[in-house]
Design a protein around this ligand. Structure first.
Ligand SMILES: [Zn+2]
Length: 79
């Protein structure tokens, strides 16, 4: 089971991946430097990606994904 506080909700629009909210600066609908195939390649922990948010250059290591969330290796959401 994924620890919810480590989960980052995302949306795929066309061929772009957006975070619903940046966990660092709270910008909404942030275009991520990821492609949908990167997200699917993360699924099941087969791959890890250092994700850098373009809005504020905050970074987090993404270690898994499912159809709604990217899973970070540390908490990214409020208490
Ligand atoms: Zn940000």
């Amino acid at each position: 089971m994924l620890p919810l506080r480590n989960c980052l909700p995302y949306d795929i629009v066309m061929n772009d991946v957006f975070a619903q909210e940046c966990p660092f600066c709270q910008s909404s609908h942030v275009l991520l430097p990821l492609k949908p195939e990167d997200v699917s390649s993360l699924s099941g922990g087969r791959r890890k990606i250092l994700l850098v948010f373009p809005c504020c250059h905050g970074s987090v290591r993404v270690i898994d994904s499912d159809s709604d969330y990217l899973l970070a290796d540390r908490p990214v959401r409020g208490k």
